[in-house]
Design a protein around this ligand. Structure first.
Ligand SMILES: [Zn+2]
Length: 401
């Protein structure tokens, strides 16, 4: 069936929105992008986008499907059946799609359960976003994420851990360069893997054409991962001019994950129910991600959208709000939209997603107004009119809710 999206503005994922251009979708693919006049007398289904903007579906480069925003992330893995966790993760992926996010990157799962969710969504057996998954995050003994990650020490062991992830079916490799907030007994400021260890892991992943992402909050860890050749720095909280300079020179992406801290930094009642070891670190990291993003963005750095959905109170389905947090931090609305579409697709190596071009997947979002004027049109789901995944209108398809 052919469906024509016509009447409103069009944001193609890269350039400022334009008027008078329509998009024809056929068999789940964008068949034609052309001036409205070309489609006079069109006889198929017409979606009138007047007063709104047609844009690519958003892409979230940092989620955890095995986590559901629980106040204590340790709770989810205690006493839960793997089958239940898979179904809960599928539900989270579908809630994410309903929230306007048509592709996600899972930045660290549990026992490869997330691969099952990825595979049923990517094959089309279940409706869901396109999913890229890391498998187990790789960390040092006692390091951030060690409860569910693959612990490795020394360059040889890190190389082996990377090979294990690739053998298990990982799309990319996640390496932990620093401590973090949600692991007891570690500091976000401290570097974890040494330069030698992280470089070895990144090099091994790249040998097999896998991208790499590094959880890197402290300055030394950001520098280690960047110098090791990582493709993206996740969080990047304690960014310095030196970090910015080296990242920009190498074309390293920053995935700021402002949503991760947004609710807990601004809500004392929520803070009160967090585990004490998490609470103790909040003041040290408050506002750091936004300041780092501003420093990096002002220097011309490449930004891709990511939320850390799944960490405490950062809910799957609310992902699009990251756009408004980026704008609050100083990013222009148009650049925030680019970070959430074509830049994110570039980082994830999704060649046929993230922009409205002929031959690309018909992964679309129709929003009210023009989000390059008012980012809330894309950031708030109440302003979303329609989400389309491979040509299917998601709102018309029943999802497990
Ligand atoms: Zn994360």
């Amino acid at each position: 069936m052919q469906t024509l999206f016509i009447g409103g503005r069009l944001f193609d994922g890269m350039n400022a929105p334009t008027d008078g251009v329509a998009v024809l979708v056929e068999d789940g693919v964008i068949a034609r992008v052309a001036p409205d006049a070309e489609f006079e007398g069109f006889g198929g289904r017409i979606i009138d986008t007047s007063g709104g903007t047609l844009m690519p579906g958003l892409i979230d480069c940092h989620v955890h499907l095995c986590l559901g925003g629980e106040s204590d992330p340790r709770a989810m893995r205690e006493g839960m059946d793997p089958g239940y966790l898979v179904l809960a993760g599928l539900q989270r992926a579908q809630a994410t799609l309903a929230g306007g996010i048509t592709a996600i990157r899972d930045c660290g799962g549990m026992d490869y359960l997330e691969f099952a969710i990825r595979d049923v969504c990517n094959s089309g057996a279940q409706l869901g976003p396109t999913i890229r998954a890391a498998g187990k995050m790789i960390c040092m003994t006692g390091g951030h994420g060690n409860a569910i990650g693959r612990v490795a020490d020394g360059a040889d062991e890190v190389v082996k851990a990377v090979r294990e992830q690739i053998h298990a079916g990982s799309d990319f490799v996640k390496l932990m360069a620093t401590g973090g907030v949600l692991t007891p007994g570690v500091n976000p400021e401290d570097a974890h893997f040494t330069l030698e260890e992280i470089s070895a892991g990144i090099h091994e992943a790249h040998r097999f054409h896998k991208r790499t992402a590094s959880h890197a909050q402290g300055t030394e860890g950001i520098l280690n991962a960047t110098r090791g050749g990582v493709d993206s720095i996740e969080h990047g909280m304690f960014m310095t001019d030196e970090c910015v300079e080296e990242m920009v020179a190498r074309g390293t992406y920053l995935v700021p994950t402002l949503a991760a801290g947004h609710r807990i930094q601004n809500d004392e009642a929520l803070q009160a129910i967090l585990p004490a070891f998490v609470r103790a670190k909040i003041d040290r990291i408050s506002g750091k991600s936004a300041a780092s993003l501003k420093l990096f963005y002002d220097a011309g750095g490449k930004v891709a959208m990511g939320t850390d959905a799944g960490v405490p109170f950062c809910m799957h389905g609310d992902n699009a709000r990251e756009l408004e947090f980026m704008v609050e931090a100083g990013v222009s609305p148009l650049d925030a939209l680019i970070a959430g579409t074509s830049n994110a697709a570039d980082l994830l190596a999704l060649e046929n997603e993230g922009s409205l071009a002929e031959g690309n997947a018909a992964d679309l979002l129709v929003v009210d107004g023009d989000p390059s004027d008012d980012i809330l049109m894309a950031a708030r789901t109440e302003n979303h009119r329609m989400v389309v995944k491979r040509g299917l209108i998601v709102n018309e398809v029943s999802l497990i809710r």
